[in-house]
Design a protein around this ligand. Structure first.
Ligand code: RUQ
Ligand code: CUA
Length: 654
């Protein structure tokens, strides 16, 4: 209790320091970076390109943003869990199903941890995965089209936070629950949490060809909070590690009651063993409701399948499958070094970093040296699994990344710094302040066997005076450091969008050459596509009007449509006939209750309009596509609901 009080006091004290950091600290930080060599290192001259892609989670924006490193230039926002009017994602008829869940249409989420697919423990650049934390989901995004291709909901989960990290060959993308809940969900008193709630850890298989995801099994664990996770690699491939907190299983006043135990656990899960058990018929099918949404690239259309059951496993039935490694003090980050030898647990209420040894863990398991159990799961002895402690002198350690040269970099939220230390000797080599209160950090390839240790990006939670003020809310700030030398050098600040909890980076040389330029019109399998302008037409089907429309600079075919009535559902199916890179056309209709859509070359997208007023209403192209973009327009005549005007339309020049 004493140590606990001390920690709370030190946190409060440090926060007070932090909030009073004011201009002086900030400016001295920038000044030291304002030398010409730092400027040269981030300067990407006009027409030149960046060396790395960085994918930043969008936090409460629900999306993923794409940046270049070292320039810090933002290239794109990829819509994932949120409706996005910029492209019409989640508004177009084709993409609405992507946001279906067992709770209905949920057009928002809170995305935290992007992770790039791997082969043999190295980034392969095929897909990037990201978690929806709020309404538990995992998304897969193509790194060829930069489009979200698949979203699977995770049942029996709540606060999908220890997600979405991939194993060495992308066998699985793993999702762990932050909140434990009744499984299956039921109406029960909250104060009966302890011993009754459970935490699920989901292993979602990824098809090696198509990337399609499927929940292979869920491990039903004790009712702790599962905060972060990382896969083993190299010798520890086949294991997965999850930090836990609230092993007290408190259900109120968590900030006090979840910090009573001096040590929580890292759960070490031997997923190979569980996979084998499941492949031999082990596990229990449990009724569950969850949505599985897949976007088909040839029809440009997403479909939802509602799944009805999930395979669960009880870890107690699989001896040797799960062990607990005691780890001080409400650990947050859980990171594994590139060799797979060390598991780093960052106790956010601790000053020191705890490094566990995989070899020691295996030896302790083989020697059956246990220190009791929790709900039947064996607890290893802290001293037996410990590899070393980094006496960092920082406060509030959160996350660790690796440079592939034997060094690790850990962020400290409270003391607001990145600390570089050496794997094996545990000595601190360097420390640099961040502005301010860093959360995650990212080295391209940092969660793989082969990091590209040239830069580290710090993802800060508090911005304050770093940029011109924009009212009470400031965008979060990232900072890039050169880590090619012995000491880190702060190079540059750049704003990020939403709250980028975490990021993943990859050399541009892996992604840029395979980035898709157009969709081929002759491969377009959309059922409402118009493959040549003379297929353009308008058809009435009861109260539905389907407009098969084609676009090419700078014309809509058809462009004038009559015979639409109030109360109709008007579907504009728009096919972009351009076959040139970077020539989308947009489409927007007055009074539409959705958004514009942006249609890529060769693609078909559908926009729904339900006219409510009689009149002659214009539509237009929203993307400045040519010198005659402002001429790219048309009209729909809307007549009263009881009118007998037949459908008619004008084709090119008629
Ligand atoms: S979190 S700042 Cu990954 Cu959501 Cu640690
Ligand atoms: Cu098409 Cu502007």
């Amino acid at each position: 209790m004493k140590t606990f009080k001390y920690h709370i006091l030190s946190i409060v004290g440090a926060l007070a320091l932090l909030t009073s950091c004011g201009n002086n600290n900030g400016n001295s930080g920038s000044n030291s970076a304002l030398n010409s060599s730092a400027a040269e290192k981030v300067y990407v001259a006009p027409g030149e390109q960046d060396e790395f892609y960085a994918f930043m989670s969008g936090g409460y924006s629900g999306n993923l943003t794409v940046y270049g490193l070292p320039s810090g230039r933002m290239f794109k926002e990829i819509p994932v869990f949120s409706q996005f009017p910029t492209s019409g994602y989640g508004y177009s008829e084709e993409t609405k199903p992507m946001l279906n869940t067992s709770h209905g249409f949920v057009p928002w989420d809170d995305s935290h941890h992007p992770d790039i697919s791997q082969t043999n423990g190295e980034l392969d650049g095929r897909w990037i995965f990201i978690n929806g934390n709020n309404t538990p989901r995992i998304a897969r995004i193509s790194l060829t089209t930069f489009e979200t291709e698949e979203i699977i909901e995770v049942p029996n989960s709540a606060g999908n936070h220890s997600s979405s990290f991939v194993t060495e060959n992308t066998e699985y993308v793993v999702a762990g629950t932050r909140f434990s809940v009744p499984i299956p969900q039921k109406d029960m008193p909250i104060d009966e949490y302890k011993g009754n709630f459970r935490g699920s850890l989901s292993f979602i298989s990824v098809d090696p060809e198509e990337g399609h995801m499927d929940i292979k099994f869920q491990i039903l664990m004790p009712g702790f909070n599962y905060d972060l996770s990382h896969p083993g690699r190299g010798k520890s491939h086949g294991w997965f590690f999850f930090t836990t907190y609230n092993t007290e299983e408190a259900n109120s006043l968590q900030e006090v009651n979840s910090s009573q135990n001096d040590k929580d656990f890292i759960a070490a899960v031997n997923w190979k063993k569980i996979e084998e058990y499941v492949n031999n018929g082990g596990g229990t099918m449990m009724p569950a409701d969850y949505a599985h949404n897949i976007y088909d690239e040839s029809t440009h259309t997403a479909t939802t399948t509602m799944k009805k059951e999930v395979l669960t496993v009880d870890p107690l039935k699989i001896p040797g499958a799960v062990f607990f490694l005691p780890t001080p003090k409400s650990p947050h980050g859980c990171d594994v070094d590139p060799s797979g030898s060390y598991i780093i647990g960052n106790g956010k209420l601790s000053a020191d970093l705890t490094v566990h040894s995989f070899d020691n863990m295996i030896a302790a398991i083989e020697g059956k040296k246990f220190d009791g159990e929790a709900y039947g799961i064996p607890i290893l002895k802290f001293e037996d699994v410990l590899a070393g402690t980094v006496k960092s002198g920082g406060l509030g350690p959160l996350h660790t990344e690796f440079d592939g040269k034997g060094n690790a970099y850990t962020t400290f939220f409270i003391s607001s710094e990145v600390v570089k230390w050496k794997l094996g000797t545990w000595e601190v080599i360097d420390r640099k302040p961040t502005f301010y209160s860093v959360g995650h950090l990212m080295i391209p390839g940092g969660n793989s066997r082969k990091p590209f240790g040239k830069y580290v990006v710090a993802l800060n939670k508090i911005t304050k005076d770093r940029y011109l003020p924009t009212g009470p809310e400031m965008e979060h700030s990232a900072q890039i450091y050169d880590i090619s030398g012995e000491k880190m050098e702060l190079l540059y600040d750049f704003p990020t969008h939403g709250e980028p909890h975490d990021a993943a980076g990859i050399p541009a040389s892996i992604l840029a050459p395979k980035s898709k330029k157009i969709y081929r019109l002759d491969e377009n399998k959309h059922p409402y596509a118009v493959l040549s302008p003379d297929e353009a037409r308008v058809e009435r089907n009861g109260k539905e009007v389907h407009i098969y429309m084609s676009t090419i600079r700078s014309h809509f075919t058809p462009d004038n449509i009559e015979g639409v009535k109030v109360g109709d559902k008007v579907y504009f199916h728009i096919t972009n006939h351009e076959q040139d890179f970077d020539v989308p056309h947009g489409f927007a209709m007055i009074g539409q209750n959705t958004s514009e859509i942006l249609v890529m070359p060769g693609q078909t997208k559908t926009s729904l309009w339900e006219p409510k007023k009689v009149g002659v209403w214009p539509f237009y192209c929203t993307d400045f596509c040519s010198a005659l973009h402002q001429e790219m327009q048309g009209y729909v005549r809307v007549s009263p609901a009881n009118s007998d005007i037949e459908i008619s339309y004008s084709l090119d020049g008629e």
